[in-house]
Design a protein around this ligand. Structure first.
Ligand SMILES: *[C@@H]1O[C@H](CO)[C@@H](O)[C@H](O)[C@H]1NC(C)=O
Ligand SMILES: *[C@@H]1O[C@H](CO)[C@@H](O)[C@H](O)[C@H]1NC(C)=O
Ligand SMILES: *[C@@H]1O[C@H](CO)[C@@H](O)[C@H](O)[C@H]1NC(C)=O
Ligand SMILES: *[C@@H]1O[C@H](CO)[C@@H](O)[C@H](O)[C@H]1NC(C)=O
Ligand SMILES: *[C@@H]1O[C@H](CO)[C@@H](O)[C@H](O)[C@H]1NC(C)=O
Ligand SMILES: *[C@@H]1O[C@H](CO)[C@@H](O)[C@H](O)[C@H]1NC(C)=O
Ligand SMILES: *[C@@H]1O[C@H](CO)[C@@H](O)[C@H](O)[C@H]1NC(C)=O
Ligand SMILES: *[C@@H]1O[C@H](CO)[C@@H](O)[C@H](O)[C@H]1NC(C)=O
Length: 589
């Protein structure tokens, strides 16, 4: 009764996102992993459709709030409504949205990256989503995220950046029925500014607006149309939030949000905002055709000395997306730089983008290398989740290839991207297929409190022995730099799941659907060939010294002490005989 009344109220108020999604046809559910070794002869390739479909399904499994909201409803039978009173401490409705990772926090800064990447893919590879019958799911996923972000931005400067606190969150392991509440929500605002999170959220809204405008983003002679989900009303709503947030970021005292709101704790700290401001300026320029935003982007690119940066692409590091957006805009919207009194400078932005991408494909990174098994690895950034940086790079390489200054470069970019995607999908020394539920060799123990089915925080690894639910489509953190992978549920470095880990998978699958007739690598991987390596992993989740775990060290110490006691005991017991022996040996001299 309450539910019906709330729905009528929501409809009459025209709240964003209520009953506005496309209807999937046909509907999609993840197939059994046993289907993974069946070669696809269909066009487009059915296995890549599964990769795309599962990677989007994962976002449904991460939903928070009332799961029935939205036209296609809840696809994940084992999930329940949860945290429906989020935001009540501020009188704001912050229910909905997604849990960011394997626990229960909702985090706005990384969400900006996820929505940006999902929307950017939909903008440039539309026919792939359409022919795979995934456009309605892309629409539903984007709206689920953007609708929440709009609620998290109730007034110009106020943006809620986190719901749930780290200490409460880390003390609970279990399903969605017992999540501790009521939960605290944390905003930024004019007196506690968050330039990075304002700008990052503005960038996501702006790319979302560009996608929902349904315009062709012609960045090259082989560009594709956007996914068929155009809706000018929705585009307008997204753009309004983008412009407001950007204006606040551009005119308020500048600060790093995690310094302004230290109470959020250490999980989602930010390192700066120059990259976020630049990307937001470019995305807004593209979505509005207003050169003022382009001027800002170019100014910030120079002010923050972004040129030549080799950094990873992730939620705290946006510079690589700026390089590509400058290049894309110089081709797709040359009027923007012109309106700013600047040159489109296609070849200049090609140079900037190619310097970045060449360092990756030619292994000239200052701060990265390729593992023996063939995974692109950034020191530091890859240590707590190795696949995410590599697949983010792959998505940039595929995306840029059609803009490359030579066909040789284009093919080297696409080949390198292929190698990283294939690594993630089974072409690795473990023969592991790092998407959950995709293949018999996929991880069985993703670090997800929702999927695990246990509630014993002191024994996450084996209580229960078998994960209760299959978290289809989730990319896990991934192997260590040795290419070894322990499928242990308590090892969050290797086995955790997260919104941003999956963010580039739909676009990578879309590229394959448009450009390749071959199967994903996992089709040729024989089931049962993965096994947990010997020894213990040394990572931030299960730290150990020189390959020996704390438990092993403690065991060794106890063993040595016991051994000494036994020897002392024997000596005591045999003391008379020893005395005799010492005496006799003395006399023998
Ligand atoms: C377009 O989006 C708006 C806002 O979400 C929604 O109210 C409307 O129903 C959508 N229109 C169509 C045709 O889907
Ligand atoms: C949802 O509720 C059912 C009981 O109704 C429970 O068995 C299931 O584990 C719950 N799901 C999660 C993710 O906690
Ligand atoms: C602004 O945000 C800070 C940090 O979250 C918070 O402590 C403060 O209460 C907020 N101010 C208002 C007026 O909402
Ligand atoms: C560019 O966009 C137009 C529509 O504005 C479309 O007709 C055309 O095919 C596109 N060109 C390319 C090369 O993608
Ligand atoms: C921006 O310009 C392009 C053509 O260059 C046009 O297709 C698009 O609709 C314009 N966008 C807006 C928001 O005016
Ligand atoms: C951002 O702020 C700068 C400096 O105050 C100003 O020159 C610029 O026009 C602003 N950008 C926009 C898009 O309003
Ligand atoms: C174009 O880009 C190149 C390389 O980044 C740069 O050296 C040059 O100054 C730029 N030209 C203009 C007119 O902006
Ligand atoms: C797909 O490959 C063709 C060459 O076969 C290339 O021209 C095109 O740019 C590629 N498309 C994308 C989106 O990279």
């Amino acid at each position: 009764m309450m539910k019906g009344a709330a729905l009528v109220l929501a409809l009459s108020l025209g709240l964003p996102g209520t009953r506005a999604q496309l209807t999937p046809s046909p509907t999609y559910s993840p197939p059994s992993a046993t289907q993974a070794t069946v070669t696809s002869t269909a066009t487009p390739n059915a296995q890549w459709e599964t990769v795309m479909g599962n990677s989007l399904w994962f976002y449904d499994a991460q939903r928070s709030g009332n799961l029935d909201q939205g036209t296609y409803g809840n696809r994940v039978s084992w999930r329940n409504n949860s945290c429906t009173t989020d935001g009540s401490d501020w009188g704001v409705d912050l229910s909905g949205g997604w849990y960011d990772a394997g626990d229960y926090i909702k985090a706005t800064f990384p969400l900006g990256f996820t929505l940006f990447a999902l929307a950017w893919g939909g903008l440039s590879y539309g026919p792939a989503y359409d022919t795979a019958a995934q456009t309605a799911y892309l629409d539903g996923t984007l709206r689920w995220g953007f609708d929440w972000l709009m609620r998290a931005h109730p007034s110009d400067d106020q943006l809620f950046v986190q719901v749930g606190s780290l200490d409460v969150d880390q003390a609970y392991w279990g399903g969605d029925l017992g999540i501790p509440g009521p939960r605290t929500a944390y905003p930024v605002n004019a007196s506690a500014p968050g330039t990075d999170v304002w700008a990052s959220t503005a960038a996501a809204f702006a790319i979302g607006a560009l996608l929902y405008q349904g315009v062709n983003w012609n960045t090259s002679s082989s560009s594709h149309a956007p996914a068929s989900l155009a809706n000018q009303t929705y585009a307008g709503q997204l753009l309004k939030h983008a412009e407001t947030l950007y204006n606040v970021a551009n005119t308020t005292t500048q600060a790093i949000y995690s310094n302004s709101v230290p109470a959020i704790g250490q999980a989602y700290t930010s390192s700066g905002f120059g990259d976020d401001l630049t990307v937001a300026g470019l995305a807004l320029a593209a979505a509005t055709n207003n050169s003022a935003y382009y001027v800002d982007a170019y100014t910030n690119y120079q002010k923050y000395a972004l040129s030549g940066k080799q950094s990873v692409w992730n939620w705290d590091s946006r510079t690589p997306a700026a390089f590509l957006l400058f290049a894309e805009i110089s081709t797709a919207r040359p009027g923007l730089p012109a309106g700013a009194g600047l040159e489109a400078n296609v070849s200049g932005w090609q140079k900037e983008s190619e310097a970045y991408l060449d360092a990756i494909v030619n292994s000239h990174l200052q701060n990265g290398f390729m593992t023996n098994g063939g995974l692109l690895y950034y020191n530091g950034d890859s240590d707590e989740a190795s696949l995410n940086p590599a697949l983010a790079a792959a998505a940039l390489l595929n995306r840029y290839a059609p803009l490359a200054s030579s066909t040789d470069k284009a093919s080297s970019y696409n080949n390198y991207a292929q190698s990283q995607l294939s690594y993630a999908l089974g072409d690795n020394p473990m023969s592991s297929v790092y998407m959950v539920g995709q293949h018999p060799n996929s991880p069985q123990n993703p670090h997800s409190g929702l999927a695990a089915g246990g509630s014993n925080i002191n024994n996450i690894r084996t209580d229960p022995e078998t994960e209760a639910y299959v978290l289809y489509g989730a990319l896990v953190g991934g192997p260590l730099k040795t290419d070894k992978f322990w499928d242990w549920r308590d090892d969050w470095v290797q086995c955790e799941v997260a919104l941003d880990y999956n963010a580039n998978l739909p676009a990578l699958a879309a590229w394959q659907l448009l450009n390749s007739s071959s199967d994903p690598y996992y089709v040729q991987v024989q089931g049962g060939t993965y096994s947990i390596p010997k020894g213990e992993p040394c990572d931030a989740a299960l730290s150990c010294r020189s390959g020996v775990s704390k438990g092993a060290i403690a065991g060794a110490v106890v063993g040595v002490v016991l051994g000494l006691l036994v020897i002392l005991g024997l000596l005591w017991w045999q003391r008379d005989r020893i005395r005799r022996w010492r005496r006799s040996s003395k006399f023998a001299q």
